[in-house]
Design a protein around this ligand. Structure first.
Ligand SMILES: [Zn+2]
Length: 346
């Protein structure tokens, strides 16, 4: 019997898993005319200059065109960074090197590692991660710095920034249009400019975390057919127990975070990033998952099963690894407080 190669299998998943509506909406905003119109807007807002037009257009195409992004520079760049971080752990790097990776037009902010018919592994990362994580972090930074001397956003209200995050959560849960307008309100915020580097670094860490989490599943052997390492879970009163797949999620999170920690510890850049700062984008992502869970409970016909443990539980396992509570006033220390203001009304 002829089995598809892993590369062919990835292509197959692209065709089967793509969300047609999302792929179409990306295709619509990545036509030549649409890209030109967006660049016009960026020039008008002063986000880029006349001379930067072509580069800006190419950059937008990189992010927006589903075909370009599927196996394009964006995902290749994330892969390069993740593999570089993994190169300090040769036993893991060798397992990760051969895994084909694709960026699929799926709204959801996640990725997954899949076993292929030939017994290999492929990883897909969802495009929604690229689209929404940037907006979520932008509005999060606006909210968390609101009362500081250097607020991230001076162009939109606190309410607009809060409803951007809640809007994205509800758009992802419900998939309908009205929520998009609350997201659009803060689009292309001119304030963003001043914080561009910080914001970009955070986005990139959140995206690399998701990819390293998937590498974690591969490297830790979670996809091996005879993986039985978690079949025994002791039940003790008052102890939280998780099923196999949930335990593996925690392990993959821990793997990803420790690889990232190691890479900042070994990095030459000074001042070195603090573990509790590195935890910020990851905490925001995990708390956003929790927010989606909370808002989805308000949905009348809630029927989806949770495959990942709650975002809250995942964040609570990362917090001590990052020493968040040992660093008073750390950036990541405010995450729970800020997100609590976004919960659905009880
Ligand atoms: Zn996972």
């Amino acid at each position: 019997m002829h089995l598809p190669t892993d590369e062919q299998y990835l292509q197959l998943l692209y065709e089967q898993w793509s969300e047609p509506e999302y792929a179409q909406s990306l295709a619509k905003v990545s036509t030549e005319a649409a890209l030109d119109a967006q660049v016009d807007r960026l020039v008008r807002l002063g986000v880029c200059s006349e001379e930067q037009r072509e580069a800006a257009k190419e950059g937008l195409r990189w992010f927006l065109s589903p075909q370009v992004t599927f196996r394009g520079g964006l995902i290749a760049g994330l892969r390069r960074v993740a593999l570089h971080m993994l190169s300090r752990l040769p036993e893991h790097e060798s397992k990760a090197l051969s895994v084909p990776i694709g960026l699929l037009p799926i709204t959801d902010l996640n990725g997954c590692a899949v076993r292929t018919p030939r017994g290999g592994t492929i990883i897909v990362i969802n495009h929604g991660l690229i689209t929404f994580v940037s907006k979520i972090l932008e509005s999060y930074l606006a909210l968390s710095s609101w009362d500081s001397d250097t607020p991230y956003c001076k162009h939109h209200s606190k309410r607009d920034n809060a409803s951007t995050i809640v809007g994205i959560a509800n758009y992802l849960i419900r998939g309908d249009g009205p929520w998009m307008s609350s997201i659009a309100k803060t689009a292309l915020c001119p304030s963003q400019h001043a914080y561009e580097q910080l914001h970009d670094a955070f986005c990139y860490f959140a995206e690399v975390f998701v990819l390293l989490h998937e590498y974690g599943h591969v490297c830790l052997g979670h996809l091996d057919p005879n993986n039985t390492s978690h079949s025994r879970i002791t039940q003790a009163p008052g102890v939280e127990t998780y099923n196999t797949s949930q335990l593996q999620e925690f392990e993959a999170d821990e793997f990803a975070f420790k690889v990232m920690l190691k890479s900042i510890e070994d990095s030459d850049s000074r001042p070195q990033m603090l573990p509790s700062d590195l935890a910020l984008p990851i905490g925001v992502l995990l708390k956003f998952f929790e927010l989606c869970e909370l808002w989805s409970l308000t949905k009348v016909s809630h029927s989806e099963k949770l495959t990942h443990p709650s975002g809250k539980a995942r964040w609570e396992k990362i917090r001590p690894l990052a020493g968040v509570d040992r660093v008073p006033g750390s950036l990541a220390g405010q995450i729970d407080y800020v997100f609590a203001t976004l919960h659905p009304p009880v």
